[in-house]
Write a protein that binds this ligand. Structure first.
Ligand SMILES: [Zn+2]
Length: 196
């Protein structure tokens, strides 16, 4: 018992000493600067997140969505088919709603919020399932080349580009440079999603 008591008292003394040392340090100007800058950084980060959220909500809510199917599911109880769609222009994806909240990315959290706040009107431009990262990347490339293109023409170019990418076989190194050109993740390999 006294062994613990001694240890406890020693630790208590040490805690008081360390606290005093820290208090002493906090009077030095470089340390007060450090604390102040950290607080400022916290504020900026919070503000940045809030602004990013407003920027994305604005983008999602003002987009004339052109959608592809991003996921299909059969309800085991009633046998009905359900599908999620995603927009090739703004990247908004209904799939975000079926993901558990704890593993949603920042963009997916904002998308889910937008889906709940606004009714989602869209034009379905492609009847088959497409990886939305790929579809969004193709659209961005079209938009980069033709900044003022209208939705109808962009849809046409999208179909042609997707067909070319899927139908024309290329070797691995060409595939890698295509991935880079489209700005996809280095291990991207979801060119086709096979239908059931
Ligand atoms: Zn959109």
């Amino acid at each position: 018992m006294s062994e613990y008591k001694d240890k406890y008292n020693n630790l208590k003394d040490l805690m008081v000493k360390l606290t005093l040392n820290i208090k002493q340090l906090e009077t030095e100007s470089s340390v007060t600067d450090y604390i102040r800058l950290n607080k400022e950084l916290d504020e900026v980060m919070k503000d940045m997140y809030e602004t990013y959220k407003l920027m994305k909500l604005d983008e999602y809510n003002n987009c004339n969505h052109l959608c592809v199917i991003t996921d299909k599911n059969i309800d085991e109880h009633n046998g009905r088919n359900y599908y999620s769609v995603g927009c090739i222009k703004c990247g908004m994806n209904q799939k975000a709603l079926s993901k558990p909240k704890s593993i949603r990315t920042i963009d997916e959290i904002i998308m889910a919020e937008s889906f709940c706040d606004e009714s989602f009107d869209y034009t379905l431009i492609h009847d088959y399932e497409v990886d939305l990262d790929l579809a969004h990347a193709i659209y961005n490339k079209i938009k980069e080349k033709y900044p003022n293109i209208n939705d109808k023409l962009a849809t046409k170019y999208f179909e042609i580009a997707l067909d070319n990418i899927r139908e024309i076989e290329v070797n691995e190194s060409r595939k890698k440079s295509r991935i880079k050109r489209l700005g996809l993740k280095p291990n991207f390999n979801n060119w086709w999603i096979y239908e059931w």
